[in-house]
Design a protein around this ligand. Structure first.
Ligand code: NDP
Ligand code: MG
Length: 375
């Protein structure tokens, strides 16, 4: 019998791919609930196609559908109402934390694409996992899904590597990077993804988050987690073995592969979602000066404080302003650094500490954007 699944973020890039994977007959899950923030794109079609959907949720706005259980505003309630359902978190940004925590607190299996949850809620998620032994988190990010596969081979591993394309501006002369606009940044060289993560790839905020995510999932110290710049994004992760050799995962750059693996109970799917030609593979030097936010994030990571909640919230506000053409690319750095300086860091004891840090950071980052706009 198929297991029940609730999908948060069905209108997004990952959410749509989850639905594609769920339509394959061999998938071990059936969808019972879907949630979005405010959009309802394609909802009629989705409800027609997936007869198993019983519940639809929306955080902001209204739903005009009949014959389904409706959640408006209180979308987390859907998780407790569907007592046997696993949860797929494909929400973008810091709002994803509440979904992750609710799923783990209720002892569920959580398929986690929303890496911001881990970065800002690291300590709380670890604590909740310990307190709820039935709960588990399965990584969806391509690098971490690959590491999960590689580490399950039980070889003697010395260190782990995640790869990084370098984002859309990787070949732009350094002196032109600061004035790049969204039109340039959205042309990611290897992946097609949602807006925020695409900008986070150009700043390498995404890769710094992924290093933290790798520590969370696999318990290696930061010194044993490496980033390898690789142009084609076909190698997703590598493990360095004790004898100096490497094992690696090479696959198409298609998120349906890690999604299908996760939704096949962490076994390789019989279905080939994405065929590709093995082309030349290229690697390049990691130019740290091109990506100053990468080091800023890793140097300031502290799971016991709100440091990363402040940085992540400032990043979200800055990225949004950049996408809306209100600021230039270099301002993203300025906004994050100055928000981080101005907002007080506190200890994390509960989600309220994180929510408070986020709302302070949102306020301060918005003020800085206003200052920049006024010149
Ligand atoms: P998108 O922006 O494309 O989609 C985000 C989705 O989240 C939308 O459906 C949005 O709804 C929904 N959403 C936002 N806030 C809430 C909320 N509070 N409650 C419920 N739903 C909400 O993002 P992506 O799909 O690109 O990314 C999702 C996550 O996966 C991110 O954390 C990203 O870093 C990670 N990820 C993405 C990859 C990719 O290939 N896209 C690869 C690896 C990781 P609405 O449409 O109504 O706004
Ligand atoms: Mg990734």
């Amino acid at each position: 019998m198929k297991k029940d699944l609730i999908l948060f973020g069905y209108t997004g890039s990952i959410g749509k791919q989850v639905l594609e994977v769920l339509s394959s007959a061999s998938c071990k899950y059936r969808i019972v609930g879907i949630v979005s923030y405010s959009r309802t794109d394609g909802l009629d079609k989705i409800l027609k196609k997936f007869k198993s959907i019983e519940a639809v949720g929306i955080v902001k706005g209204e739903l005009n559908i009949s014959g389904k259980k409706i959640y408006m505003g209180n979308v987390l309630q859907m998780i407790s109402d569907y007592k046997n359902a696993c949860v797929f978190n494909a929400v973008s940004g810091v709002n994803g934390l509440e979904v992750s925590l609710e799923a783990i607190d209720l002892g569920r299996t959580l398929f986690l694409a929303n890496k911001e949850s881990i970065v800002i809620g690291y300590k709380l998620l670890k604590k909740s996992l310990k307190a709820n032994p039935k709960a588990k988190i399965i990584p969806i990010d391509s690098e971490h899904s690959s590491l999960y596969k590689l580490l399950s081979l039980k070889q003697k591993v010395k260190s782990i590597y995640i790869t990084c394309s370098g984002g859309a501006l990787r070949d732009l002369p350094l002196e032109k990077v600061g004035s790049a606009n969204y039109e340039m940044v959205k042309k990611h060289p290897t992946w097609s993804m949602g807006d925020k993560i695409t900008v986070d790839c150009a700043t390498l905020v995404n890769k710094a988050f992924e290093v933290i995510e790798a520590r969370f999932f696999f318990d290696y110290d930061f010194d044993s987690i490496h980033v390898l710049m690789h142009d084609e994004s076909l190698i997703h992760a590598l493990v360095e073995l004790v004898d100096g050799s490497f094992s690696l995962e090479l696959a198409s750059n298609d998120m349906k592969i890690p999604i299908a693996y996760a939704l096949n109970d962490c076994k390789r799917s019989e279905e080939n979602f994405s065929k590709f030609n093995l082309v030349d593979l290229h690697f390049r030097k990691f130019e740290e000066e091109r990506y100053p936010l990468f080091r800023l994030i890793l140097n300031n990571f502290n799971e016991n404080t709100t440091a990363l909640a402040i940085i992540s919230a400032a990043d979200e506000i800055a990225v949004n302003a950049f996408i809306n053409d209100e600021i230039s690319f270099k301002d993203i750095y300025t906004i994050i650094v100055n928000t981080f300086k101005r907002v007080r860091q506190n200890d994390v004891d509960s989600i309220l500490d994180i929510m408070h840090a986020i709302s302070e950071a949102n306020r301060v980052a918005s003020e800085i954007i206003e200052e920049i706009r006024k010149g």
